[in-house]
Ligand binder design. Structure first.
Ligand code: PRX
Length: 650
């Protein structure tokens, strides 16, 4: 993984950057460390506040933080109204291209009017501050409109990725006790209609709290509407006022809940609030993406993920930037679609995932080389470790050795980017997210929580930061136990990392039961619970195995019920079962049938051993607590066969 190479920021880039030298970064870092309250108050000053805060950070009830205590603000106001008295009013806020080449541009003024109209429609349905709404939409501008309209009224939104199943949608609606679902008839993916409304209908059979469903007509697909509950977006917003004042909301008002996988079978609702979140996201737009008025910025993430929240919608719009959105797949109709879009819209800042980069590499250089990529000035990566080979290809073939690369480390829980180079300031090393941003105290610690000077350990955050999650929705105990108990007083990220002689951090991936498949976060327990719900399965254990393209892939060890025999047909059935229960992204790569799972004497499945089998194809370490060593030997043998299969695949 590690590369010894170091790349200085290109002089031309540094000359124009917001933070133009490493000394400037260090000055900012030192200022934030010395007086965090003053530092963050200055950043918050870039926003509009209806009422100024009385205290910057209240950490007296740790780990439950409050930022900008007593302040009143509104995200929608800061993303829209704040720009209208300036030249940005007729600047493109969102430029969008559908997979079918449809194009739309919404200026700040147009976006403002759409958001106000939709917010008035929500009011008309009786929604008010404190209510919760689910957004289950394709990548269309209306998804951003829905988010901004909710934020305008103080309705807490929860965006559920359109690729999640009806079952996954249902558990989120139930946990949140949402009263509204905003959806679309369908979206487009690889030329096919992906139906969304039927999944909503299926999930709502068990969700009595939902009183209304709003349906945006994206494709005009034949859609069943339930009278009294379902409303067309256009019907609700026609002839309605284009003015809707933004609610002055408490700085700690919950802006959104985003469900993500933890170490149990039940996804957790990560709660983000208002003032601190926006302050941090706006600051990082400037530091990390060096955003300028003339940039056309494209983050390829779906709005269903945190990256889509912070760096497709809220960050860029708060910064008054032009944010580009694309609806479909990178390989549709060919593998050059992204490069075509960059050329056509003159994208200047491009932010994507290592999995996408590895997929592009595999398709060969003719695709990018066939397009004019000279508008690019900065490249970003997020979601998983980027291997040096992928980094260098990105640097050479896409960036033409001209564009700095920002490898940004962060999490759903952190709300914004925490570890990343500043493109005009920080020398980069391929594979390392480099140094923490100003205001972030990231440390690599050993088992006992002692800082490691150089070497491997656990990645922790030692001080609160404005965009940190505030709790787990409805489960403060899980918040405390999950993040704050392993190393008292410090936030445990769940990641292992090394720190080198320059203080650079190299994230090595998760050390818990979370796996990262193609940049999508999944819990092994979620897949296990799904498998054991199948009638043929007695027990299941799931681990992540290294995968050339996806980073990690899902490997399942399944013990079948007595009398059931394993077959290829059953493998297919189980893979489809999980995909149906959770979503296509959770479809297992491999299912191994085993006689029994390795367990400790107390009955705990020894996932570490299974992980070792799929990673190294052999078993080492302490197996003295194993109930049945024979099972391990058998699994280990199967692991070896597995290696041969994997070898063939390569
Ligand atoms: O393991 C780290 C990995 O992704 C995890 C967070 O996943 P999620 O909450 O889904 O958020 C993804 C988008 C922010 C982290 O715990 N991760 C994220 N970024 C990087 C990374 N690993 C290495 N390098 C990164 N740049």
């Amino acid at each position: 993984m590690e590369s010894k190479e170091k790349f200085a920021p290109p002089a031309e880039f540094a000359a124009q950057a917001h933070v133009p030298s490493f000394a400037d970064y260090e000055r900012l870092y030192a200022a934030a460390l010395a007086d965090p309250d003053k530092f963050w108050a200055e950043r918050a000053g870039d926003l509009h506040w209806f009422q100024r805060w009385t205290q910057v950070c209240d950490w007296s009830n740790a780990p439950f933080a409050k930022w900008f205590v007593g302040g009143k603000t509104n995200l929608s106001y800061n993303c829209l109204d704040r720009h209208l008295p300036t030249a940005r009013r007729n600047k493109a806020a969102i430029v969008w291209e559908g997979e079918n080449y449809e194009q739309r541009t919404l200026t700040y003024q147009e976006l403002y009017r759409k958001v106000c109209k939709f917010a008035n429609a929500l009011k008309g349905l009786g929604l008010k501050s404190g209510d919760r709404a689910i957004i289950y939409m394709p990548m269309v501008p209306e998804a951003a409109v829905a988010m901004l309209a909710c934020a305008r009224l103080g309705v807490t939104h929860s965006v559920v990725f359109g690729g999640f199943s009806a079952e996954a949608l249902k558990t989120r609606i139930q946990d949140l006790e949402a009263c509204l679902v905003i959806t679309a008839d369908a979206g487009l993916r690889r030329g096919k209609e992906v139906l969304l409304k039927p999944a909503v209908d299926e999930s709502l059979a068990d969700c009595p709290t939902v009183k209304n469903v709003i349906v945006y007509k994206r494709l005009g697909t034949l859609t069943q509407m339930k009278s009294g509950r379902d409303h067309w977006w256009d019907d609700l917003t026609t002839g309605i006022s284009e003015e809707c004042p933004a609610e002055p909301l408490d700085s700690e008002h919950p802006l959104y809940v985003l469900y993500t996988s933890g170490t149990t079978g039940k996804p957790k609702g990560v709660v983000h609030t208002t003032g601190g979140y926006l302050t941090y996201v706006l600051a990082t737009m400037k530091w990390v993406f060096d955003l300028k008025e003339e940039d056309t910025y494209w983050c390829t993430a779906d709005i269903g993920w945190v990256t889509g929240h912070s760096y497709v919608v809220y960050g860029p719009l708060a910064a008054g930037a032009t944010t580009f959105m694309y609806e479909g797949a990178p390989d549709w109709p060919k593998w050059d679609r992204f490069w075509r879009l960059i050329e056509k819209y003159r994208i200047s800042v491009f932010y994507t995932s290592p999995t996408a980069i590895r997929a592009f590499i595999r398709q060969g250089d003719d695709f990018p080389n066939g397009h004019d990529l000279s508008s690019l000035r900065l490249l970003g990566s997020v979601g998983e470790p980027i291997n040096p080979t992928a980094w260098k290809w990105y640097h050479t073939t896409i960036g033409k050795e001209r564009c700095p690369i920002v490898d940004t480390w962060w999490q759903t829980e952190t709300g914004g980017i925490l570890i990343s180079p500043l493109p005009g300031a920080t020398p980069t090393k391929p594979g390392s997210a480099t140094r923490p941003l100003p205001g972030i105290v990231a440390e690599v610690v050993d088992d006992k929580g002692e800082p490691v000077k150089i070497g491997k350990g656990f990645l922790v955050l030692s001080r609160p930061w404005p965009s940190m999650l505030r709790t787990i929705y409805g489960n403060p105990e899980r918040f405390k136990a999950g993040y704050w108990s392993r190393f008292p007083g410090k936030y445990f990220t769940g990641d292992a990392a090394t720190i080198d002689e320059d203080g650079y951090i190299w994230c090595l991936g998760r050390v818990d039961d979370v796996i990262n498949v193609a940049g999508h976060r999944l819990s092994t327990m979620e897949v296990e619970s799904s498998l054991v719900r199948h009638k043929s399965v007695a027990e299941a254990a799931v681990v992540g195995a290294p995968h050339e393209m996806k980073g990690e892939a899902i490997y399942c060890f399944v013990a079948l019920k007595t009398g059931v025999n394993g077959s290829d047909a059953l493998v297919d059935e189980l893979r489809d079962w999980v995909a149906h229960e959770i979503g296509a992204l959770a479809k297992p790569e491999k299912i191994n049938f085993v006689a029994a799972l390795p367990k400790t004497r107390s009955g705990k499945i020894m996932r570490r051993l299974l992980r070792e089998i799929v990673t190294t194809k052999s078993v080492a370490g302490d197996t003295s607590t194993l109930e049945d060593y024979g099972v391990i030997l058998k699994l280990s043998q199967e692991g070896k066969e597995e290696e041969e299969i994997l070898g063939e695949k390569k």
